[in-house]
Design a protein around this ligand. Structure first.
Ligand code: ADP
Ligand code: MG
Length: 389
């Protein structure tokens, strides 16, 4: 997608010239799944698949949005319209939430006129690559820069999370927004979601590359199942807190968890908490393995993450399992696992570069035979977070 095409599309839609172009990346997550809202660690990276936005100011107080991917009508609402759209999948909610929360801040009155926004993505929507956070952070950075708002990137990430939680109804953690807006070229972000301390770590994969595999499965019931997982972990935490002084499951190591797990007298909650704790431990060990150039160990931990998401967290499903399990059997593969919320969406595999073509062909064939439709494969670069281009 080049700038000329984007400006042309804006002009066709709104009948005048667009002013500025922004890009907001999607993300992958090397390891650390469903750990963010449990106060654990994550290890995501922003990717070159993302969402472009062309901005143009208006003299009135109307916001007009058009998505070149949705192919619906232009969505229009007033600057001070804070209503949450009823359909929680309605895409304008992601923009409206950010606008609402930024206008409620101290310098929010600086947002004093409307605008047109044309968006177009090369990032598939609803595929576990975080198109929703990409939109929120796109909106956040556009408003910050166009209206000169005094807000830092991490605060924008938190407003994106609030938008998911309150405008969309998904009780998600901070990982997606943080990865989109804080991304750094060729690095993954090692983030402690309990303290918000973070460190960039170069993604040193040598002769290997990360291949993104999308199941192309619509995850329709994903948000209610996601919220169930959040509630189950909370239930386990409350039981542990009767004996332990902790604020989050992410504070526990495997040994302490084992010792006190007798307190969790609910089988489901026990499994969910066991994943949250073991996944956090794997994430700590995986980042160390990457630093030590022990890619084989990194791969084993990635595989173990998928297994835990399958058995303990129960968020994989046959599409994601088919991708991961088939990937494990291919030559030149160090590891593979589902990423994102689960129940569809995407997986990643770390594959030897010179085996990548055969990998896609083989996994693609098995997937089609078993599932009945195609998976998609993407090679993405690791890029900087949301910015004006
Ligand atoms: P993910 O974040 O994993 O892609 P979500 O279900 O969280 O999946 O977010 C997907 C939603 O984001 C879509 O249902 C749609 O409302 C919105 N969305 C994503 N991409 C676009 C786009 N290009 N244009 C408009 N809305 C989009
Ligand atoms: Mg999302």
């Amino acid at each position: 997608m080049n700038k000329e095409e984007l400006l042309k599309a804006y002009q066709e839609k709104f009948g005048e010239k667009g002013q500025d172009i922004f890009f907001s990346p999607g993300r992958i997550n090397v390891i650390g799944e469903h750990t963010d809202y449990n106060g654990g660690h994550v290890f995501p990276a922003a990717i070159s698949l993302g969402i472009y936005g062309v901005y143009g100011p208006r003299k009135d107080n109307k916001i007009t949005l058009y998505s070149g991917n949705v192919h619906g009508p232009v969505v229009e609402f007033d600057l001070d319209d804070e209503t949450v759209e009823k359909d929680d999948r309605f895409w304008a909610n992601y923009f409206k939430g950010m606008l609402t929360y930024l206008r409620q801040r101290k310098d929010g009155a600086k947002i004093n006129h409307g605008f047109n926004l044309y968006v177009k993505a090369n990032l598939p929507s609803g595929s576990g690559l975080s198109s929703s956070a990409a939109i929120e952070m796109l909106m956040g950075i556009i408003l910050k820069e166009e209206f000169d708002l005094d807000i830092d990137r991490i605060a924008l990430a938190k407003l994106g999370q609030k938008t998911e939680n309150e405008f969309v109804g998904l009780n998600s953690g901070i990982m997606d927004q943080f990865a989109c807006i804080m991304g750094k070229k060729d690095s993954a972000i090692f983030l402690d979601c309990n303290t918000m301390e973070y460190e960039y770590k170069p993604l040193k994969l040598g002769d290997y590359e990360i291949i993104i595999m999308s199941t192309n499965k619509q995850h329709t019931l994903a948000s209610s199942a996601y919220n169930d997982r959040v509630a189950e972990c909370h239930g386990a935490l409350e039981k542990l807190q009767t004996k332990l002084k902790i604020k989050a499951l992410g504070e526990l190591d495997d040994h302490t968890f084992d010792e006190y797990s007798y307190l969790i007298n609910d089988e489901t909650e026990l499994k969910r908490a066991r994943h949250a704790v073991s996944e956090n431990g794997r994430t700590l060990r995986a980042t160390k393995a990457m630093e030590d150039n022990d890619l084989a160990k990194l791969g084993r931990l990635i595989n173990a993450s998928h297994i835990s998401l399958h058995y303990d967290y129960e968020v994989t499903g046959k599409e994601l399992d088919t991708l991961a399990e088939t990937a494990w059997k291919q030559p030149g593969v160090l590891g593979a696992r589902m990423i994102g919320g689960g129940f569809g969406g995407s997986a990643i595999a770390i594959v030897k570069k010179d085996q990548a073509d055969a990998f896609k062909k083989n996994v693609g064939k098995v997937y089609r035979d078993r599932i009945g439709y195609d998976a998609s494969f993407y090679d993405a670069e690791i890029v900087d977070g949301t910015k004006k281009i």
